[in-house]
Design a protein around this ligand. Structure first.
Ligand code: GDP
Ligand code: IMO
Ligand code: MG
Length: 420
């Protein structure tokens, strides 16, 4: 049996915290896509930790954490991350496993990401510059190197061959940076990677499922950043949606049970691209400060706005969401008034559908206004004790989406989550 936790917006919905919270109910926590562009925050004994590639179940010593074949893995970032979790008492040789089919991010992928973004000028994606796009391009272009390849005798030869291809591209971009130091780090990290558990991920996970183990698939990014269904081209390069679980882990669709979608009580986006409910004003600034909305991976300020039910409904449809967790409700604690987008005006016509090219049409969000609850909910542990005005807000969203918000997160702490 496999359940999925994934983001319904443009990422950073609080997946790390929610996965950590639910991890105790599962035996295996597995990442199925993305790479070091992700930044998943959780708290371990009150200490803030940001994970990029390691699944968010790593601090549960009795859980298996698997990096699946759908991930693009940067060995350099992985080594640093492993060092930081080892320092907190985790034995990565016991509970971290990596699929041999996982694609490697090379130093030249990072260079190409940077060169490509610079060349786009004003039209840049706002990439995290971790080499994600170029690494997935090499996967679909059938050039990439995989984790299993590092155990082959001719790995260095294969590396040099691909690096030369990349160099030709970098030359066309007139990319000047010296990547020799990046390569030294890379080969050092490759040696470290060899000491970890490299497995045949698809047999590994299917064996667990056959033996009745419970798997939690942890999404990265969010539905609106999906390469097929997001706000293309302002997206990431993987399938962030539930369908990505099957191809990113080697799991059959019938094995998937719950699809738990995470949304903030409002909405954020980091990087470029359309965001119909964005508040480029003092309200947006207020939310950014109250929610500490600065990127976990890059530190960039996140763009903030009202919750967008048109985009959320679309995300629920694409993913087959069965239940919703709403995070960061406490961030709205001192707002006098809240807005919920329940339609888009496009060319004078109201629609509840996400347009093909959001950035090519003028979208005017249509709002329903709610009174703010105007009280501190961070210490409340039972839903019944939550303010009535918050319950009305949640009720409206439930009815609009036809799917229930089953948990409300009311603070960053592991235990600050209330079952509805
Ligand atoms: P992820 O990428 O989806 O895992 O989310 P991030 O870790 O990038 O960003 C979520 C941020 O919100 C982190 O700093 C979390 O500690 C924080 N957070 C998560 N849930 C809550 C919540 O309910 N309330 C508040 N105030 N912060 C939260
Ligand atoms: P988590 O898992 C928020 C955004 C980038 C950029 C676009 C493409 O923490 O929610 P990429 O580096 O993939 O080429 O960037 O996607 N992006 C994210 N935004 N959260 C993330 O991950 C993101 N990963 C990528 O800002 O706009
Ligand atoms: Mg994040």
């Amino acid at each position: 049996m496999v359940d999925v936790i994934l983001g319904l917006q443009w990422g950073d919905e609080g997946k790390g915290k929610v996965v950590d919270y639910f991890a105790s109910k599962y035996d295996v926590i597995a990442r199925f896509q993305g790479g070091p562009n992700a930044g998943h925050t959780l708290f371990v004994n009150g200490k803030k930790i940001v994970l990029h590639q390691i699944p968010s179940g790593i601090f549960h010593s009795d859980k298996i954490n698997l990096i699946g074949n759908g991930v693009v893995l940067d060995p350099v970032t992985l080594k640093k991350e492993c060092e930081s979790v080892i320092a907190l008492g985790v034995d990565v040789t016991k509970n971290l496993f990596i699929s041999e089919r996982t694609q490697l991010i090379l130093p030249t992928h990072r260079a190409l990401d940077k060169a490509s973004e610079i060349s786009k000028g004003d039209e840049k994606i706002g990439s995290t510059l971790k080499g994600i796009g170029p690494a997935y391009m090499d996967k679909t272009g059938r050039n990439g190197l995989r984790v299993g390849d590092i155990l082959e005798k001719n790995f260095t030869t294969q590396y040099i061959k691909l690096r030369m291809k990349h160099q030709q591209l970098l030359d066309t971009y007139h990319f000047q940076e010296d990547i020799v130091k990046w390569e030294e780090e890379f080969f050092d990290a490759i040696e470290f990677l060899k000491t970890l558990n490299i497995v045949n991920g698809e047999y590994f996970i299917n064996d667990k499922i056959k033996n009745g183990k419970r798997v939690l698939a942890e999404g990265a990014q969010g539905t609106m950043l999906d390469v097929d269904f997001g706000t293309f081209p302002f997206v990431t390069s993987s399938n962030t949606i539930s369908a990505g679980v099957c191809s990113g882990l080697g799991i059959a669709p019938q094995k998937i049970k719950e699809v738990i979608g995470i949304t903030k009580a409002y909405c954020t986006r980091v990087g470029s691209g359309p965001f119909p409910t964005e508040l480029a004003d003092s309200t947006g600034d207020f939310i950014r400060n109250a929610g500490n909305e600065f990127g976990s991976t890059t530190g960039r300020p996140r763009r903030c706005g009202w919750i967008d039910l048109v985009a959320l409904q679309f995300a629920c449809m694409i993913n087959g969401v069965t239940k919703i967790v709403m995070t960061k409700a406490d961030v709205l604690d001192s707002m006098q008034e809240l807005k919920v987008c329940n339609g888009y005006m496009v060319n004078g016509i109201k629609t509840a559908m996400v347009p093909f090219q959001m950035n090519h049409v003028e979208i005017q969000p249509v709002y329903q206004t709610f009174d703010g609850w105007n009280s501190n909910i961070t210490e409340i542990g039972i839903y019944e004790k939550m303010p009535e005005k918050m319950k009305s807000y949640i009720q409206y969203i439930n009815e609009f989406l036809g799917i229930s918000i089953e948990y409300v997160s009311n603070g960053p702490g592991t235990d600050q989550i209330v079952s509805v």
